[in-house]
Design a protein around this ligand. Structure first.
Ligand SMILES: N[C@@H](CCC(=O)N[C@@H](CS)C(=O)NCC(=O)O)C(=O)O
Length: 234
């Protein structure tokens, strides 16, 4: 069977979360690493907006939003029950206001409309609800990682990496531990391999999860979405 093609960029947070979902779902893809400064024509032909990640299925279907790629992958196979923890509110706050302030905190002066806002402080304030969530459980939607954790992880990682010493000094002990746990996971390591940028004519690079699907659902997870704390959130 022809594997789907994933246009990806190693350090892109959107591509990271898509790769983590594909990996967890046990879906092999042909990975095409993209250099954003020199996007391959095949990517632009598949998705003219030409952002990564883009997934092209064997039947030609194009999925060009990271959350949609995650949901598609987990709809095929969801061995850890991630879809039960798909919290639209937290994800919208991350992808909207948090990302807005993150970009401006990371690249001060890059944005012309930038006023006197303290973007680092504004982004930090948006993390408080996550700390509160984590007072109740080890992950954002319960005691195991789910969709919401993975959707937010690459962005919080980026924010923490702006100034690791400053981030470590903030009163967010649970979020700091959450970040460390997820960044230290086998899953994160598995999706952060380095690949040379793809060019037309290159041999296919297969991105293949090692474990057969269905073998690693934690026994402690509840049986279905209804029992999950985030099940009714979207
Ligand atoms: N909403 C999109 C956003 C994807 C996105 O903005 N990706 C960035 C890289 S992190 C990109 O491709 N930017 C295009 C560029 O820099 O030319 C998604 O969720 O997939």
């Amino acid at each position: 069977m022809t594997p789907p093609v994933l246009y990806s960029f190693r350090r892109c947070p959107y591509a990271m979360r898509a790769r983590m979902a594909l990996w967890t779902a046990g879906i092999t893809v042909e990975l095409r690493e993209v250099k954003l400064a020199a996007k391959p024509p095949a990517l632009i032909a598949a998705s003219p907006k030409a952002t990564v990640p883009v997934l092209v299925l064997a039947d030609g279907t194009v999925i060009d939003q990271s959350l949609a790629i995650m949901r598609w992958a987990l709809a095929q196979h969801d061995p850890e029950g991630w879809l039960a923890g798909d919290d639209a509110g937290l994800i919208a706050a991350n992808d909207g206001p948090f990302k807005h302030h993150l970009d401006r905190a990371k690249y001060p002066g890059r944005y012309e409309e930038d006023g006197p806002t303290d973007h680092r402080a504004a982004a930090l304030a948006l993390l408080a609800p996550l700390e509160t969530r984590l007072e109740r459980a080890r992950y954002l939607c319960g005691d195991a990682r789910t969709f919401t954790d993975i959707a937010l992880l690459p962005f919080i990682r980026q924010f923490a990496a702006i100034d690791p010493a400053w981030f470590a000094a903030q009163p967010l002990p649970r979020l700091q531990a959450w970040l460390e746990r997820l960044l230290g996971s086998d899953l994160f390591a598995a999706v952060m391999g380095k690949f040379a940028p793809w060019q037309e004519g290159d041999a296919a690079v297969l991105f293949t999860p090692p474990a057969p699907p269905g073998t690693h659902r934690p026994a402690s997870l509840p049986p279905g979405p209804a029992a999950h704390p985030c099940a009714t959130a979207r």
